[in-house]
Design a protein around this ligand. Sequence first.
Ligand code: GUN
Ligand code: ZN
Length: 490
Amino acid sequence: AGDGPVCHRGTVLHFTGDPGDREHGNAHTHLFEDGALVVHRGHVVYAGPWESRPPAARVADHRGHLILPGFIDTHIHSGQIDAVASPGGQLLPWLKKYIYPAEMRFEDRDYAAQASWDFLNILLSAGTTTAAVHTTTYPQSTEAFFDQALRLNLRMVAGKVLMDSGGGTVPDAYLDRDWRHGQELTRDLIERYNGRRGSASDPYGSSRLCYCITPRFAPTSTLRALKAAGELYREFAGKGEPVWAQSHLAENRDEIDLVMDLFCDAFPGRRLRSYLDVYDRCGLVGPRTIWAHCVWPDHEYHPRPRKCRHRHRGPARDRQVLRARGAGVSFCPTSNLFLGSGFFRLHRTRDAGVPVGLGTDIGAGTSYSLLHTLGDAYKAVQLGNGFPDRLPEPRRHTLTALRGLYLATRGGAEALRLQDRVGSFQPGMEADFVVLDLGATPALRRRVEAAQSVHDRLFALTILGDERCTVATYVLGHPVYQRGHSPYTP
Ligand code: GUN
Ligand code: ZN
């Protein structure tokens, strides 16, 4: 039976689109309480009711457990594995005090190889099978990351961090020599890793690695470097070998003031419209680009003029620009809370048609688990309702369990433009999935047993669940993590 289809039996849940705001979801929600997921040669051939399953060579019995597509973390830093949980106030002082020194350890190849291996295994133990990853400015750290991801055959989106301007806050040794060198190193990494072993008929390639052009954020790049990043992004798209791009956007109000000061005169003849406008005018905002945070788009925050002579004026347009360009946003609630950045407006962003995924943003985030992250997402939506004003009850939003689980899976795939590959169980999709135990802790088990409906059980999972719920994680149909059998078991 070695090579035949394998049928995984359990409660199967996946999404083919946003289930919306109602507890029971909509036609994009596919929930089979006695379900089957049939996998053949690493791909999904069937997801549906057990009684309608096609023949299989073998049954893997996960009854009592929940089978979901592997989680997709749309924003995380592998270079911060040893910096998570560092006290440091808000974003800018925290970066200087803890983050740049921690990332500088990745100059050492051996350290980078071991850290990348541990990082990926921690992700798998949390049920995460795909992530958009900032490595560090050292290309050897990006090589180490991709080499380890290749050993596990993971679909990963990652890149070397581009930084050519520190403004006095970044050690010189941690910057690219200049913008041209950063571009050359990036081009070399793209050519060696993006869709490695790929072919013209399969632009993503069989290696499943996706190169992501990664300027850290506008304050640590010169205008020339951001334009060079945009040029690379367009060059490879034009050659039919698409690459991804990612950065931070409008996370913190001090950061936005800094960006408006640094770039207010950068584009002669046109007033700088917003933080997003800097990236957009460098040609960096488009499909396969993912923007972390976006807590303070132009709708939410109008920078006060400091050195910058221009106050932001005109109608707010950031969300329309993101939507029109086909760009995605990463919602990073544990990070936004940890750094005191603010409340991301999930509903306003989704209502504007912008694809949204969930991000842990380790090391500003505080958990590798997207289940734990959903608990904080729920609370951030609760508190963010009309903040600082009160909204009347009928206009308040909440995050349902189904929508949360969509964000952690299919939503992330849509934000990264990988929804034809991962994030759901449509036939032909890559069979990356996670088996979850809703009885993993005594507190969760009692709550789930007391629940009146499957939706109550799923909600309890998103509030009380974390990596302890992961029974097994499968990549292309193969188990790569099994609880109790892995040194990475939480
Ligand atoms: N902005 C620029 N760099 C970083 C980073 O490493 N983490 C977070 N959260 N925001 C950033
Ligand atoms: Zn980040």
